[in-house]
Design a protein around this ligand. Structure first.
Ligand SMILES: Cc1ncc(C[n+]2csc(CCOP(=O)(O)OP(=O)(O)O)c2C)c(N)n1
Length: 333
């Protein structure tokens, strides 16, 4: 049925004002989720390691918004935002990090292994570049079974130097597979700046080597992310093959929880935080378009914050995973 709702911002994905409000809510949810995780680690309440995507909310929320529930994603070690944007319940995500039975992976996966087949999330991946071949395999199954599903594979700038990236792009190209390679270029690998890791100016140029389309966009501009991803996803759905999207963004926090960030200046960090905050920019755009007022935006922010408070409560009060169940869910039965 035709949506009978207002669309104050023209966009080819046909997102209504309500959709954009939801995306704005998700951006806050992503930010609060990761800030809370940072705090919980510092207090010793959750364990292992984690990689936060504070500052990268527009790439996750914008790309996730144009995918169908039945489309797939593969995510990275920095994947909480992708998972939230694809529709996973934040209570279950938080419970997973707390190692509780109510978690997405029954509490046995943790931050880097969240998978949620109900929302098409084929899994985060601690192996840099490990998600690309999985997405290509999923896309191949879609083509062979004619299900019309698209796979979108997230990766960091550093992952484009892995062999798996190149093999995946080549196979996807020669078979015209319905897959989108979405690179979040946040300027650094663990501590290595992109300029020292590759000679190409834009990572999207690498698409040429495989005969596919490559595009570089401002990853902190939500509407640009939505528009570009939608075009690439729909092209894939029409059977016209893969696209490489490079979205320029920045992570505000260190690589992982033990990073002192000595490889970059405070000035650079400050500049990205104050001048290019994706949430602030989205709010200003949506207020200017009349989608909500400043006060309504503040209300959405508060609701998102509360959802994370509730998620922590849910995680903390859920049952711990029992040691005797350690070997369950390891092999298919
Ligand atoms: C195959 C492999 N090599 C090395 C590592 C160690 N490692 C974890 S994250 C990371 C940096 C990844 O950088 P990038 O792909 O740019 O993602 P970002 O952390 O910037 O989001 C490295 C080298 C790993 N996990 N897997």
């Amino acid at each position: 049925m035709e949506k009978n709702k207002s669309m104050s911002i023209e966009n080819s994905a046909n997102l209504t004002d309500e959709d954009l409000k939801d995306i704005f809510y998700k951006m806050w949810e992503i930010r609060f989720f990761d800030e809370k995780v940072d705090e919980l680690f510092a207090r010793g309440l959750i364990h292992g390691t984690t990689h936060l995507a504070v500052g990268q909310e527009a790439t996750a929320a914008g790309s996730g918004a144009v995918l169908r529930k039945t489309d797939w994603i593969t995510s990275t070690h920095r994947g909480h935002g992708h998972t939230i944007a694809k529709g996973t319940n934040v209570n279950e995500m938080m419970a997973e990090l707390f190692g509780r039975t109510t978690g997405t992976n029954n509490g046995k996966g943790g931050s880097m292994h969240i998978a949620d087949l109900d929302t098409g999330n084929l899994g985060a991946n601690g192996i840099v570049g490990g998600g690309y071949p999985i997405a290509v395999g999923a896309a191949l199954s879609s083509k062979m079974k004619k299900t019309n599903q698209v796979a979108l594979s997230y990766g960091g700038d550093g992952s484009t130097n892995e062999g798996s990236f190149h093999e995946a792009l080549n196979l996807a190209a020669i078979w015209d597979l319905p897959v989108v390679f979405f690179i979040e270029n946040n300027k650094y690998g663990m501590s290595g700046p992109i300029e020292k890791m590759t000679r190409v100016q834009n990572l999207s140029e690498r698409a040429k080597a495989y005969g596919i389309e490559g595009v570089t966009i401002d990853g902190n501009n939500l509407l640009e992310v939505i528009e570009t991803t939608y075009q690439a996803v729909e092209k894939a759905r029409r059977g016209e093959g893969p696209t490489l999207i490079e979205a320029l963004t920045y992570r505000w926090k260190g690589h992982s929880k033990s990073d002192a960030k000595k490889y970059r200046t405070k000035q650079e960090e400050e500049q990205w935080r104050t001048e290019r905050d994706p949430i602030e920019r989205t709010k200003n755009t949506l207020v200017a378009a009349g989608i909500f007022t400043e006060e309504e935006a503040e209300e959405i922010r508060k609701q998102a914050k509360q959802s994370i408070v509730d998620a922590v409560k849910f995680g903390e009060t859920s049952p711990m995973v029992a040691v005797e169940t350690m070997y369950e869910d390891v092999y298919a039965e």
